[in-house]
Design a protein around this ligand. Structure first.
Ligand code: HEM
Ligand code: HEM
Length: 145
C-alpha cells in the first residue's frame, strides 16, 4: 500500500507540472494575444485543476501512511530541515498552491465571454501556485530513485 502510493504520488507529480504548464501556457497565449476567454479555454484551465486535485487526494492519503508524514510529527522533527519538509512544509505549501489553482479556475469560469479577464485569472493564480509547488517539491528525493 505504502510503496504503491509513494510511486503513484511521485509519477503524478510529472503530470501535475505538465498540466499546470499546459494550462498556464494557454492562458498566457490568450492573454497576450488579447483573445476572448471561451469555454474551450476553460477546459484548457481544467487540465491543471484536475491533475492538482487528484494529486492532493493521493498526497493526503500518503501523509497518513508514510513514515515521513504525520507519524513523524514531533518537536525533534521540527528541528530537522528534511523531516520538517516532509511532515509540514511540503503538505502545507501544496495545499495552499492547489487552493490558489482552484480560485484561479473558479474565477475564470465565471468570466467566459468577458474579454481576456479569464486568461488573466488563470495566468496569475496558476503561476503563483506553480512557483509554490516548485519551491517545496522534495528535490532531494525526486525525480530519481
Ligand atoms: C501539487 C501537489 C503535490 C505535488 C506536486 C507533490 C509532489 C511530491 C513529490 C515529487 C514527492 C517526492 C516523491 C519521491 O520521493 O519520489 C512527494 C512526496 C511526498 N508528498 Fe507530495 N506532492 C503534492 C501534494 C502533497 C500533499 C497535499 C501531501 C499531504 C497532505 C503530500 C504528502 C507527501 C508525503 C508525505 C511525501 C513523502 C512520501 C514518502 O516518500 O514517504 N504531498 N510529493
Ligand atoms: C480533497 C479533495 C478535493 C477537494 C477539497 C476539491 C475541491 C474542489 C472545489 C472547491 C472545486 C470548485 C471549483 C469551482 O468553483 O468550480 C472543485 C472543482 C473540481 N474538482 Fe475538485 N476537489 C477534490 C478532489 C478532486 C478530485 C479527486 C477530482 C478528480 C480528478 C476533482 C476534480 C474537480 C473538477 C473536474 C472540478 C471542476 C468542476 C467545474 O468545472 O466546475 N477534484 N474541487
Amino acid at each position: 500500500m505504502y510503496t504503491g502510493l509513494q510511486h503513484l504520488h511521485s509519477y503524478m507529480a510529472y503530470l501535475v507540472l505538465l498540466g499546470l504548464l499546459i494550462s498556464l501556457g494557454a492562458a498566457l497565449a490568450g492573454l497576450f494575444g488579447n483573445k476572448t476567454f471561451t469555454d474551450k479555454d476553460r477546459k484548457l484551465g481544467l487540465i491543471g485543476l484536475i491533475t492538482t486535485h487528484l494529486q492532493i487526494v493521493f498526497g493526503l492519503i500518503l501523509y497518513f501512511v508514510s513514515p515521513l508524514g504525520v507519524s513523524n510529527f514531533s518537536g525533534d522533527s521540527m528541528k530537522d530541515s528534511v523531516s520538517r519538509l516532509y511532515m509540514l512544509e511540503h503538505p502545507l505549501t501544496m495545499v495552499i498552491a492547489v487552493v490558489l489553482v482552484t480560485i484561479g479556475y473558479s474565477k475564470a469560469k465565471r468570466l467566459i465571454g468577458q474579454g481576456s479577464a479569464g486568461f488573466k485569472s488563470i495566468a496569475i493564480f496558476y503561476a503563483i501556485a506553480l512557483i509554490l509547488i516548485l519551491v517545496r517539491i522534495p528535490w532531494i528525493s525526486w525525480p530519481g530513485n
